[in-house]
Design a binder for this molecule. Structure first.
Ligand code: ZN
Ligand code: MG
Ligand code: ZN
Length: 512
């Protein structure tokens, strides 16, 4: 029998094995970190650039959302209309500098700086060297800037356009860096990092933003009534994200929709004399997928699709505007599977998602940690839209009470999606609940959609590109030239290893 070394030599891979201190082959690192990407696209010069980020979703979700939109809501899925109208589209690899599966911080850094970093870092290498994000370059070139999101405004994806921190969890610092940067528009959730009572340094950033001419709004009504041309919107208290779309629609939660935030951002930025760069993020498709929540995911996509329509309408009536649409990575690995004769049961089963009226997250917090098991079946029927089996009721009760944890059967995940793992187990022969199976509660490595659309852009296939490519395309469209410093995977791993020896934490397990 050959051992592994003999096998490697026999296969002619010895050179590769010896040269590779890392799990990724050097050729892949080289390919993604340096110029293997396609050259300039021949993009028209853009006065305005809008980047629509979809957090934690991939091609399978795109199809699921499309079927739901057309068959349940009876309305064309706008993403497809957008492709028909002449968007250029393709697929994108998303791995980070040192892991085949990225987190949102490394993913945002990749497109905003053109460089891959270690998961958890924002525009910074592990040796502390900072990278310059595109928003900084655009502002220097006279563009107005803005960020709008359904997560906390200091969360990784928007933060990757401005902040330079070693760790995405330094959200107090991120808020401070926003204050220094002064983008014209900041809209999202999570007031905690702006309030004196919850910041470690006790600074009142709300007052400091006001002193710099910002209108600070805390509700949907205040947002829609604001006449300020610089605006900071903080729509949730504490560290909460903006509530899920499914809860906003069906549970009477009064927060602005993503489309309303995007509209408010554009209303201000379109006045900018030298154009603007705006990032809009549908930030919680990711969270619903972490929770393995089919209805949660689909309604986040519906909100994203409505927002896409608004953005495309803006592009169509505003010459010189280029729109990027991209997912940062996939999450959950959800798939709609076929079953029944000729797979005919797959359609009615998927359509049962429409009976779900509450996110799993809200459902769990509503029931609390000591639910009355006798009321559980009715709660599942009312809010999730199906009849649980007695066995499922019993197991759900144990999960909610913290007596049992049924983690995802095939992934190294924690308790987060354990309720889903019970609820979406479908007894044989039943078609009364969604045939949407998740493969994990974590992020996955698959390629994700990317698309470009705008004035004067000749539609062309984008091919399969790396996420760092988007930085080059944005530079090209803005007529800028810049290159951030490089770091190899081996270098980064060495720094992390050294840090490990010095007793600093070596690995994080990013949730988002
Ligand atoms: Zn993400
Ligand atoms: Mg995000
Ligand atoms: Zn995530």
């Amino acid at each position: 029998m050959m051992d592994r070394r003999q096998w490697i030599r026999a296969a002619g891979l010895a050179g590769v094995a010896a040269a590779a201190p890392s799990p990724l082959s050097p050729s892949l690192s080289a390919l993604t970190q340096r110029g293997a990407a396609p050259g300039p696209l021949g993009l028209p010069r853009a006065r305005n650039l809008i980047f629509f980020a979809l957090d934690g979703t991939g091609f399978e979700d795109l199809a699921t959302a499309s079927h739901f939109s057309e068959r349940v809501l009876g309305r064309p899925f706008f993403f497809r209309e957008f492709l028909r109208r002449g968007a250029s589209s393709g697929a994108m690899f998303t791995h980070s500098l040192t892991a085949v599966v990225t987190d949102s911080a490394a993913a945002s850094t990749a497109w905003s700086t053109g460089r891959k970093v270690v998961n958890g870092a924002l525009c910074m290498y592990p040796d502390g060297r900072p990278l310059r994000p595109i928003l900084d370059l655009a502002r220097e070139a006279g563009r107005a800037t803005g960020l709008a999101t359904t997560t906390r405004i200091t969360h990784a994806t928007p933060a990757g356009w401005i902040a330079r921190v070693a760790d995405r969890d330094q959200e107090d610092d991120i808020a401070l860096q926003y204050l220094e940067f002064q983008p014209e528009v900041l809209l999202g959730g999570g007031a905690a990092h702006f309030l004196a009572r919850s910041r470690r340094d006790r600074r009142d950033l709300v007052a400091e933003f006001r002193a710099r001419g910002y209108d600070v709004v805390r509700s949907r009504r205040e947002l829609l009534n604001s006449a300020g041309d610089r605006i900071l919107g903080l729509f949730t208290d504490g560290t909460s994200h903006v509530p899920y779309e499914i809860d906003r629609r069906f549970q009477g939660v009064d927060t602005p929709s993503l489309a309303e935030m995007a509209g408010a951002a554009l209303a201000r930025l379109q006045e900018a004399p030298r154009g603007f760069v705006l990032q809009v993020e549908a930030g919680r498709i990711d969270h619903a997928n972490h929770e393995n929540d089919p209805g949660g995911m689909i309604w986040e996509w519906m909100a994203a699709d409505e927002t896409l329509r608004l953005l495309v309408d803006f592009v169509d009536r505003t010459p010189g505007t280029l729109l990027f649409v991209a997912a940062d990575h996939d999450t959950g690995g959800g798939t709609v599977y076929g079953f029944g004769d000729n797979y005919l049961s797959s359609t009615p089963a998927l359509l049962t998602v429409q009976r779900q009226r509450m996110s799993l997250q809200r459902f769990r917090s509503r029931l609390g940690r000591n639910p009355d098991l006798a009321l559980l079946p009715e709660a599942v029927r009312e809010f999730l839209g199906f009849d649980p089996t007695p066995d499922q009721v019993e197991r759900m009760g144990r999960v909610l009470k913290g007596e049992a944890s049924f983690g995802h059967p095939t992934a190294h995940s924690g308790d987060l999606n354990s309720l889903a793992a019970v609820l979406w187990e479908i007894p044989k022969g039943r078609v009364d609940r969604p045939n949407l199976a998740f493969s994990t509660g974590n992020h996955t490595a698959g390629t994700v959609p990317v698309a470009l659309y705008g004035t004067g852009l000749t539609p062309a296939p984008l091919g399969v590109v790396d996420n760092t490519q988007l930085f080059s395309w944005m530079l090209e469209a803005l007529g800028l030239s810049f290159s951030n410093p490089e770091m190899s995977e081996a270098e980064a791993l060495e720094i992390l290893a050294r840090r490990g020896e010095e007793g600093e934490p070596r690995f994080r397990h990013p949730f988002d």
